[in-house]
Design a protein around this ligand. Structure first.
Ligand SMILES: [Zn+2]
Length: 150
């Protein structure tokens, strides 16, 4: 039976043991293997730091989220019900989300008006859903965020 990812909600094929989008374990696979997961990889902290923003009160601010098994989702946008609220006029109400597991972070644009960009190698690249590993710099609107799994 296809299964729905407990972290990001993606549909996955029965034979897959981890989610194709965010890498979280298939729920029954987690139950079976939980004793084998070393303690240090079972928890991590997702840190999001505001490097640059027209919203002065946000600049330099750091948000931290505990990443327990199977993972955590952090939504980012202008609306007040996001975990990270960015009142930058160029940011959409529901702009993007970060899906973090102990293995890495996935950045997913939520259909924002101005897009989500990955800053890399001196340039920028528009992304939809991208696995960025343990560290990345992302731009939404005129706000740049450093995302790190620590
Ligand atoms: Zn997933």
């Amino acid at each position: 039976m296809p299964w729905k990812c407990p972290v990001c909600g993606a549909e996955n094929r029965d034979e897959d043991l981890t989610c194709k989008i965010c890498g979280a374990y298939k729920p029954e696979a987690t139950t079976k293997k939980v004793a084998q997961i070393p303690r240090e990889t079972a928890t991590a902290v997702l840190a999001v730091e505001v490097l640059e923003s027209p919203v002065e009160s946000l600049v330099g601010k750091r948000f931290e989220f505990r990443v327990n098994s199977p993972g955590v989702i952090v939504t980012v946008g202008r609306a007040v019900d996001n975990q990270i609220v960015v009142p930058d006029p160029a940011v959409s109400r529901r702009h993007m989300r970060l899906i973090a597991t102990a293995g890495g972070v996935v950045v997913e644009d939520l259909g924002s008006s101005n897009g989500t960009y990955l800053v890399e190698g001196g340039g920028e690249r528009l992304i939809k859903v991208e696995s960025v590993g343990k560290q990345a710099v992302v731009r939404i609107g005129n706000t740049r965020l450093r995302v790190a799994l620590v």
